[in-house]
Design a protein around this ligand. Sequence first.
Ligand SMILES: Cc1ncc(COP(=O)(O)O)c(C=O)c1O
Length: 397
Amino acid sequence: MTDRFLPYGRHQVDEDDIDAVVSVLREGALTCGPKVDEFEKAFAEAVGAKEAVVCSNGTTALHLAAMALDLSPGDAVIVPTVTFLSTANAVRMTGADVVFADVCPDTGLLTPESLAEAFLKKDVNVKAVFPVHLNGQCADIQAIREVTVNHDAAVVTDCCHALGAEYVSERSGRPGDGQLEDLACFSLHPVKSIAMGEGGVVTTSRPEVAGRLRLLRGQGMVRDPALWLDKEAGFSPNGEPNPWYYEMHELSYNYRATDMQCALGLSQLKKLPAFVGRRREIADIYQGHLQSNNVVTPIPRTSTANSAWHLYPVLIDFEASGKCREQVMRELADLGVGTQVHYVPVSSQPYYKDLYGDQVFAGAEEYYRRVLSLPIFPAMTDDDVAHVVDSLERVLR
Ligand SMILES: Cc1ncc(COP(=O)(O)O)c(C=O)c1O
């Protein structure tokens, strides 16, 4: 039994993480310094990608990916409606349209069938699909890829929940390793697999795409003399590149991450296997304890991946329990158990309803009606997990 409040997610920062950040503050460049390259190399290695480009957060990672696809007004991208706002917003920020797709009512994941249905929408020019590896479980990317090849659409995975997951279907590998996705986007927000405060990464197997992403994250500013367009302005009469000179070829943003963030990320990355390992143990304990309860169903596990368990959702038949979700959340909070709902379907947000009208997605509605995320984070003890299970049983009894 625990006497502390258990939030649905929490970062774990140890003394060595603090030391890593402090040493940058004492000695290093605060931004655009060596920790950025070091972190990118370590991250690429951790997921098995050729290239990793770090940026300020998961939302900007998704926006950079959308810009790298040259999305613009008149284009469309298919996005599952059960996700965080950013997946759809990143598309809209390019001026392209979002075609929402339904999800599996039990896992919340985009399925090849719901994707194929979204492709049937008329009068849209679908350039890409952004599947979301919700909760740390993975959408069946191989099957999704088989649908997208017929439509010549790029696949950008939203891996914000899935750092540390593994594909286990016909081929092994990790989300973001670039074998099935064109681009993968990660978030390193504190509740995610590792914490950087704010942080994001885009991975790709194509060095030229990584180069473009690096330009886009820094105002589109080109410092490499080999790429300059205005030779007269860029080079001195003796042919040397002018040391002050830079060029801008396309409009972009400042989406950089600092060296302090990257130092924290580097330190945290070393703990990724241990963090995800502990999340898996907790998920197993939950699954073992919750199986006998017929009001609560543990989220079904997909066969195509080993989850990173960013979240641990259960599906609750609130009607059968005789309590509404708000009451259940409040009573759990009174017992020290924090919960959350991931997510309100994005297509039902007023902004998107104004744009695209009322849309009904039966699978998403069924998932949203039942889902509740229980606490899961590496520092949870077995007793904490038992306390959550007991509390849930008490509240739903
Ligand atoms: C599925 C998903 N996509 C994108 C994001 C955006 O990441 P960030 O908060 O780092 O911008 C999040 C963050 O919670 C997320 O859960």
